[in-house]
Design a protein around this ligand. Structure first.
Ligand code: UDP
Ligand code: MG
Length: 310
């Protein structure tokens, strides 16, 4: 008998979480060769989701609750859930009912009957705002160039992984976990299974501009030093262009002695180069800040209490 471990980060989902959990339980009961545990992580949600989770856990010992001390964000919340996983396959789903749980077995299949290590949903049509779509596109481009995601692979919120993938992921102890980077560090045997995403049936998405930006910056700086290389390259190009431009200016002054002095071009160049230097300094600062915070042993997450966890 294999155990499926569902990990659900919860934030602002008091209206949806019960439906999500009951649909998961109903789905797993379809097959007798699988048992389940549902690990819910309350990411210090401002609503009453914790009370709902506690009630659910009181009725079903397979439902476990991890209560975080403050809001850490989705990825750290997942890491907190991972720390108590006992199952063979780990299934990640969101708390808002958008993951099509009815397709669970299609997702498990590539791990059971083929040699894939991770299997994840690929949604035919994205049920999200234009802004979020743009965000996903930028994110996808970033993962491709920075952390070597295969081009066709789509990384989504509904996925299943083998136990060894999770064991490797939980070895990551730095305060900026990022699922995509962590999964791609372990394996490339990832299968996309096409399915349809649900509309969200209540509430609003919690990912705002700040959170998205944080994830992007996190995505590349935590798992790649390519931005540093790109910025050095741009800096070098600018230096070369500046040198040629200076040379041309001197030659012109020699050929046409009474040419007027070009203050505006000088200011333009100053600002251009100044801007570039600021960008590069900012990037280096970002990396150094992260090194500092990692050395600092800042926690990924802080667990305040757990329920039904042995
Ligand atoms: N989430 C979290 N902490 C946060 C924000 C979100 O744990 O601070 C979880 C949330 O409970 C959900 C998942 O991250 O399970 C995705 O959140 P949401 O549905 O708001 O994002 P979207 O689907 O718009 O990407
Ligand atoms: Mg959502």
């Amino acid at each position: 008998m294999k155990i499926l471990s569902f990990v659900i980060p919860c934030y602002g989902s008091e209206d949806t979480i019960e439906t999500v959990i009951s649909s998961v339980v109903a789905k797993v009961r379809e097959r007798e060769d699988f048992d389940y545990e549902i690990i819910t992580v309350n990411d210090c949600s401002p609503d009453n989701v914790l009370i709902k989770l506690k009630n659910l856990a009181a009725d079903d010992p397979n439902i476990k609750v991890v209560n975080l001390a403050r809001n850490f964000g989705k990825h750290p919340a997942l890491m907190a859930g991972f720390s108590i996983v006992t199952g063979d396959y780990i299934v990640l789903i969101d708390d808002d009912g958008q993951c099509p749980v009815e397709n669970l077995w299609e997702l498990i299949d590539p791990l059971e009957n083929e040699t894939y290590d991770v299997s994840m949903a690929k949604y035919v049509e994205k049920k999200q705002s234009a802004f979020k779509n743009f965000g996903s596109r930028v994110n996808s481009w970033m993962s491709r160039t920075m952390i070597g995601k295969p081009k066709e692979l789509e990384f989504t919120n509904f996925l299943v992984m083998r136990r060894f993938v999770l064991d490797e992921i939980v070895r990551y102890k730095n305060p900026y976990p990022y699922m995509e980077g962590l999964v791609l560090r372990v394996t490339r045997k990832i299968k996309n299974v096409t399915m349809e995403e649900h509309e969200r049936f209540a509430g609003e998405g919690n990912f705002n501009f700040n959170k998205s930006l944080e994830l992007w910056v996190n995505g590349f700086t935590a798992f790649s030093v390519k931005p540093l290389r790109v910025s050095s390259f741009i800096g070098m190009m600018c230096a070369v262009i500046g040198f040629i431009f200076g040379f041309v200016t001197i030659v012109r002054k020699l050929i046409i002695p009474n040419i007027s002095v070009g203050w505006s071009s000088i200011i333009a160049i100053l600002m251009f180069v100044g801007g570039l230097i600021m960008i590069m300094l900012g990037l280096i600062g970002e990396y150094i800040g992260r090194i500092y915070i990692s050395l600092n042993n800042s926690p990924q997450y802080v667990i305040k209490e757990t329920i039904n966890v042995k």
